[in-house]
Design a protein. Structure first.
Length: 97
């Protein structure tokens, strides 16, 4: 795939040139036909979806709990150092029969 940054079309857009096999071509044609979007929109949406999936895989498992860490007082001085252990204990209690 060729990637050309800052094409003459716009200083804020990039142009790509990709070779697709028959299967990928059929997928692209299906997406454009069923969504009514153009090829560029489908590629942008697909890229955004793939990017988010990759970012989610790279993110720590408990990242979504980060806003809660340190927000409440537990009465213990070592809670921030033991955050994963503390969260695991609370979750274990929550799902225990």
């Amino acid at each position: 795939m060729a990637y050309m940054k800052n094409s003459p079309a716009s200083a804020t857009e990039s142009r790509i040139n990709a070779r697709l096999d028959a299967h990928a071509t059929a997928q692209l044609e299906y997406l454009t036909a069923t969504t009514g979007l153009g090829v560029s929109e489908v590629v942008r949406a697909s890229l955004a979806h793939y990017y988010q999936a990759q970012r989610a895989q790279q993110a720590p498992v408990l990242r979504h709990l980060a806003p809660l860490v340190g927000r409440y007082r537990s009465g213990r001085a070592d809670t921030s150092a033991r955050v994963k252990e503390v969260v695991a204990e609370h979750l274990a209690r929550k799902v225990a029969p």
